[in-house]
Design a protein. Structure first.
Length: 113
């Protein structure tokens, strides 16, 4: 893709003051996205303990949990992921994501959004 750097780029997983807010419980700090002409999106997210968000999303994602713990999915198909784990959330997967503890994760999705 024209304009895409042909070198590695470093991003921080730190959530800064410029993070996007979803309610008062979820913060998102974008790193890569469609607006920059990227083919994938990547961002860091912080969820306060008890934060909940509905699935599905119209894209597939991989969430890498850096700290804390999440419950992801619906009913008996829900999984718990903790620091050091990652989870694949398929496109249009039903259910919710709920922070069991304060949680920081890095999310990567294709296509970019």
């Amino acid at each position: 893709m024209a304009g895409t750097p042909s070198r590695p780029r470093r991003f921080s997983s730190t959530i800064g003051d410029d993070a996007l807010r979803f309610g008062d419980r979820i913060l998102i700090a974008p790193a890569l996205g469609k607006e920059a002409g990227e083919s994938m999106s990547a961002y860091t997210s912080f969820l306060h303990a008890g934060a909940r968000a509905e699935l599905p999303a119209p894209y597939a994602e991989i969430w890498v949990v850096l700290s804390g713990a999440l419950r992801v999915g619906a009913g008996n198909d829900a999984v718990t992921v903790r620091a050091g784990d990652f989870v694949h959330v398929p496109e249009q997967a039903p259910g919710i994501v709920e922070a069991i503890e304060d949680t920081t994760m890095v999310c990567v999705s294709v296509p970019a959004h």
